[in-house]
Ligand binder design. Structure first.
Ligand SMILES: Cc1cc2nc3c(=O)[nH]c(=O)nc-3n(C[C@H](O)[C@H](O)[C@H](O)COP(=O)(O)O)c2cc1C
Length: 306
């Protein structure tokens, strides 16, 4: 079952994405394994560590300045998924560069740095600084642009929904990242996700990550009001699987742009479905928060000896 006839790839073998060779195709998704440093003391009976077989840890998204995030509650569990409104809480880009990235390198964690900004210029400046500070690091493989944030400079709309802005952000970062993989993480909350993927690739992205969370809302029946203080949140987890597969299929079949698939993956079978549609790698999100060994188990189960 886990190794159907069409499945000929070893997801724990090295593979090339843009200018970079990654150690594998099973990754953890941004925001669901912190900065990638918390799993080193964890033990389990069946896999050596949460990092076993991983191709990359995508860090929690980092912004130019530190952010304390949104008011509580920020995470609501629903029967088939989770709704979050974390608000990009993070230590800020400079602290990340000084304290987090060197430790990821020291521990040998294959890393993709997730960046968010409010305009293309900020993305460019962060990419330039990253290259300047981290250029010699061997474990830093790439950058994922989180393009699901409000564009303050242009009236606060979600700039990741506009192909022109997606292209501007990618181009601004690309020019500073000659030898690292550059991924654009796409919002699924659009009518034409293939158009966003095409714009990202034409501006120089090596791949797109699809998908980020879907907009959702949960109501507290005791008060009759939305549970999250900001009303809406990002919906993730098992319910996303067919929705994310449809978005990935749309991108692959209409554009041919390489896709790193994400959304609802909790088992090797889930991951295989993305590979069946042509994804080049996958990311494990919400399931990784429940059990930090999930991605490592998927790598083991899909591996040659699995
Ligand atoms: C608690 C939480 C925090 C997240 N934080 C980020 C983030 O900082 N940056 C980002 O690009 N995506 C973030 N995501 C989205 C995930 O990376 C992923 O794209 C999404 O949850 C779909 O995958 P899943 O269903 O496997 O969770 C977050 C998701 C969750 C549940």
């Amino acid at each position: 079952m886990l190794h159907p006839a069409w499945w000929t790839i070893d997801p724990c073998a090295r593979f090339q994405l843009g200018p970079r060779i990654f150690p594998g195709r099973i990754w953890t998704a941004s925001g669901c394994f912190a900065y990638g440093l918390t799993g080193h003391d964890m033990t389990s009976d069946d896999v050596a560590s949460p990092y076993s077989g991983l191709g990359a840890v995508v860090t929690k998204t980092v912004t130019p300045l530190p952010r304390s995030g949104n008011p509580m509650p920020r995470l609501v569990e629903t029967p088939h998924g989770a709704l979050n409104s974390i608000g990009l809480e993070n230590v800020g880009f400079e602290a990340f560069l000084a304290e987090v990235l060197p430790e990821l390198e020291e521990r040998g964690v294959p890393t993709v740095v997730s960046l968010a900004a409010t305009n293309p210029g900020e993305f460019g400046a962060m990419a330039a600084r990253l290259q300047e500070c981290a250029g010699p690091l061997g474990c830093w493989h790439g950058v994922e642009l989180n393009l699901s944030c409000p564009n303050v400079a242009e009236g606060g709309h979600d700039f990741g929904k506009d192909p022109r802005t997606v292209a501007q952000c990618v181009a601004a970062a690309r020019s500073h990242l000659p030898d690292r993989a550059l991924l654009a993480k796409l919002t699924p909350n659009v009518a034409d996700i293939a158009g966003l993927a095409r714009a990202a690739a034409e501006a120089g992205a090596d791949a797109v990550s699809a998908v980020n969370t879907f907009v959702g809302l949960e109501v507290d029946l005791a008060t009759g009001k939305p549970i999250l203080p900001r009303r809406f949140g990002g919906y993730s987890g098992p319910a996303l699987l067919p929705l994310a597969l449809a978005k990935v299929d749309e991108i692959v079949s209409r554009t041919g742009v390489p896709v790193v698939g994400a959304g609802g993956i909790a088992t090797a079978e889930d991951a295989l479905k993305f590979f069946a549609l042509g994804a080049v790698a996958v990311q494990v999100g919400t399931a990784q928060m429940r059990d930090p060994f999930t991605a490592a188990r998927i790598a083991r189960d899909l591996g040659k000896q699995g």
